[in-house]
Design a protein around this ligand. Structure first.
Ligand code: ACD
Length: 154
């Protein structure tokens, strides 16, 4: 009927799907696979010592969500990297290797997109597939792709 046909799509997009998409990210994730990370860090201008550390560590990321406010803190033996943000709001981010960038996170098609503007621009897309969170890192003008796979641990 018209009642169902009009009401359901409206409620689905505005009230039900969006919070559920975010819901999938909540919890604790540990890095279990990484490809091309060294190349990616080289393109970002990350120095030798930090790259060695970055290539070695298996960070645990804990994601807490309160409405549009996210806390995505990464813990490893290298360092603890707090990352608090509000969706669709640009903020000053200090990257794990100490670069200063302007960052915006947004949710699009169920994917969390992190856009960094700085001396080198970069985009990180996070998507959930089963018990995996897959992070795809790209840089405009770079042919390569870095993929980091996190597995749900809590
Ligand atoms: C991911 C990908 C995040 C990549 C972040 C920055 C890359 C630049 C420099 C890395 C230097 C050290 C990396 C050490 C730990 C990575 C921790 C990532 C925390 C978000 O999410 O894996």
């Amino acid at each position: 009927s018209c009642f169902v046909g009009c009401l359901v799509p409206f409620r689905t997009t505005t009230f039900l799907i969006s919070p559920k998409m975010a819901e999938a990210y909540k919890g604790k994730w540990k890095l279990t696979d990484s490809t091309n990370f060294d190349e990616y860090m080289k393109k970002l201008g990350v120095g030798f010592i930090t790259r060695k550390a970055g290539n070695t560590v298996k960070p645990v990321v804990t994601i807490i969500i309160d409405g549009d406010n996210w806390d995505m803190t990464s813990v490893s033996t290298f360092k603890t990297i707090p990352c608090k943000f509000t969706l669709n709001q640009e903020f000053d981010e200090t990257t794990p290797d100490g670069r200063h960038v302007k960052t915006t996170f947004r949710l699009e098609d169920g994917k969390l997109i992190q856009e960094q503007k700085g001396e080198v621009d970069s985009t990180m897309v996070r998507e959930i597939k089963g018990d995996k969170m897959i992070v795809t890192c790209t840089i405009p003008g770079w042919d390569g792709v870095c993929t980091r796979t996190y597995t749900k641990i809590g």
